[in-house]
Design a protein. Sequence first.
Length: 153
Amino acid sequence: MAYLGVEGEVKAPHHTIVINGNWKVHFDSISQGKEPDPQNMSYYVSYRKATDDSLKGDDLVFLIPVSPGLLFPQYQNFVDLVVKDFMVKTGSKFQVKFQRVYRSINFEEDYNSYKGTAFGISHTLDQTGPFRLPMRNRKIPNLFYVANTLNPG
């Protein structure tokens, strides 16, 4: 995830999903634990100011899906690629004034999240929202679990 503070013109809705090249190639890289192919790399962008004019500045959040636990030194190249791609595809013209990249290693270190995942033990439908394990143990009274991978999380 890349959090950007930007200055200039952003032409985008609140939520943008960009699918580049072959969607399957990107998602195969996730399941195979490999770096994404830049020619087939899809991403998501959140632009809050598109729906909230009360915000003082412009900020963008870029999410590039990668394999859990993937550590690669060229992460900044991937961030730069998606920012440029986003600007071209939306016709936006802005300068990045602040950037914070939050990688799987940061999720692992800060939240003790398994392999740095933000969405649960695995990226499957069974680990989404209401399908997650319940907080209350079904067999032992008054036993509760605490984690971001539970329902509710």
